[in-house]
Design a protein around this ligand. Sequence first.
Ligand code: KG4
Ligand code: ZN
Length: 354
Amino acid sequence: MTRVLGIETSCDETGIAIVAEDNGALRIVDSEVASQAPVHAVYGGVVPEIASRQHTKCISQLTERVLEKAGPARQIDAVAATIGPGLMGSLMVGVGFAKALAYTWRVPFIPVHHLEGHIFSVFLNDPPEFPFLALVVSGGHTCIISCDEPHKYAILGTTRDDAVGECFDKVARLLKLPYPGGPSIQKAAERGDPSAVRFPRGLAGSAELGFSYSGLKTAVFYEIRRRPEILGDEKAVADIAASFQHAAVDALISKTKLALEKTGAARLVLAGGVAANRPLRERLNTELNVKVHMPPMSLCIDNGAMIAAAGISRLKHGLTGNLRATPNPNLPLFTSPPNHGGGFLPSSRRPAVR
Ligand code: KG4
Ligand code: ZN
């Protein structure tokens, strides 16, 4: 059995988990997520300095709790942490903490790219075979990624401007709905008519495998400016929310279909915070004729279990990092970890530290 501790602190969730692998099957031993959403909600979005402070406040306690659940024989074979992309201060909290634990326990430190973590969330409940396409949709990313073999990625399409989750958050703010915007828009949209307003679908009709969400956001802005009175009308807000959500999801579906056609891929992985969106999940299941692998709702939003799952796979493939790895807020999706040094030095070869 292999057990990896996973640490996620790239944005506004502190996620700590232990994932075990037994004969190829992954199991979450324990996973704790401390969401900072209520703290940032008063500002209408994430405040980076406050995020770092919140991670610092709760990371030790959450880790202790997870280790306690692991029982007396709490052997950990490696510590994995998100090394980027994300907020620099927040990443530094998780990476510094992970490296200290790895050093103390004499085990490898495994840097994990945040998007790779999201992709690996599906391996915890519905593992896909390779190759597959991944649609990764979050507050910071909107990408279609081709995954031909473990830890080999090619980005086929990405957003030119806003990420889809960012667009949900900004539109929610325009509609005076609470942060985070995704869940609030989805809830408001349940009572609305998705055909009430025809909003633009970014890059619709183009053969490009990309996304654009700033036009959709601006269209909602102008609709509200044209009819400001709707903000006091619950039904009108619900109609805008439903129409916006329909347009946002339409763009994801049509570009995913195009990518599947272009590549002939037989499997799709949906991951990232926006993967929690119910209409998106339902439509991908009914409108595509490929098998769609999705994480359960609890693993869509940032969490430590997805980082531990990616860490286990990297450990198995000999792709660990070393203690010189440093966070990178703009890290591109990597195939080998940055500063790849073949893992932590065995204790006999380790230099004395003074
Ligand atoms: O992956 P994640 O937790 O953090 C990033 O890596 O960015 O994703 C957070 C994003 C936020 O923009 C949030 O509004 C969005 O995911 N989100 C949703 C839903 N739940 C969360 N968007 C649409 N529908 C949802 N149900
Ligand atoms: Zn994320």
